[in-house]
Design a protein around this ligand. Sequence first.
Ligand SMILES: [Fe+2]
Length: 412
Amino acid sequence: MKKFSFAIVCILIFIFFSCSIPGALDIPENIDYIKSLAGDPKDSGSWGTIIDSIPYNIGNTFWINPQTNTTDPQTTRTISWQSTLDTGEVIIGETHYQAVTVQDGSQFFHRVDLTGLAAGKTYSYIVGTEGAYSPVYSFTTGSSGDNFSILHITDPQIGTGTLKGDSQVWRFLIEAAVKKFPDAAFIVNTGDIVNNAAETAIPYYFDYAQKVLANYAFVYSMGNNDNVDWYNKYFTVPQNNYDAGDDTKSALYSFDYGNVHFINIDSYTDLKDLQIDWLRNDLKNTDKVWKVAMMHEGCYGNKNDITSLLDTYNVDLVLAGHEHFYMRSRPMDMAGYYKLNGTVWTIPNVAGTKYNNLPSPKPAYYVINKQPKLPMFTEINFSGTTLTLSAYTFDMMTGVIASFDTYQVSKN
Ligand SMILES: [Fe+2]
């Protein structure tokens, strides 16, 4: 009888706790590996208390040659991560690549530049050190063909609402995007990774979407809500020539993929003299079919040094963010007037939770300007001489990915 009573009590206790944990199902199980091992992401001040050696904040991008500000997506990657150990490596097959490690407080920032990789090949890798390695991730280097797709997202802005809530939206959005386009060559994030430059939100950005961030190369433009003081530590791409206190340096870089020339423009550095010269020289010297620029805050409709260069050198598309609504412009010149084969600007709403109202009146050069109040992503497909932009909304509640906008342009 005693045993029976004890069992009843246990069952009642179990039911009580099962029903009384608010939000117990907020975060799906077995998704976030740091969480599964060490609890929720910690703020930077307490990272030293994460189970000592687990690699976290793992990033994957193209290696930028610091001498030329260019890269080769077919043969290079930079893998970066943090841990609380003073050493680290990337292992691919039998090969160990020793990391360059820098200490910052109780954390260590590790980085391995992989060059000389084979084009169009899938590499599986782990990061960490003996006894403390990450799960296995993999990436595929760029192929040399002219048919490929990239994904564009912007403004996850983790910390706008709650850290967990924003992170879940970010995670589900980016997972939906790569589920629909698993062969995406790389992913452009045009900035505002966190809200109010909060470094404490960075682990959430990485942890909730760690698989995607480790498996795909990400290319970043820094947003006004990001902070140069810590940006260098986590995001290696734009920083090769960056110095927050030096107006002669900026986060400008470019690279070719297939028959497309990509160029990153820093919206917030004084783009004068050296930067403008660099931009002009870069645009002048490319013979690629397509020219695509990336920047956080678009300067469309304003005749200035940047729009003048984009117009002069016939940049086809600018991937931007900052506005927190969906926008696509008409092909236009530096002043916003329609121009055949002019520059099209696009903003794919947000990959987070902050939705802005639309401007009123609508600028004349906006072809489409909507606020679906859903996170979005855009696929841009390059197929020889045809460029196709396809924007999608993602509804977390239903899992539905819905077509939102399409635009196509061809060159002969
Ligand atoms: Fe933003």
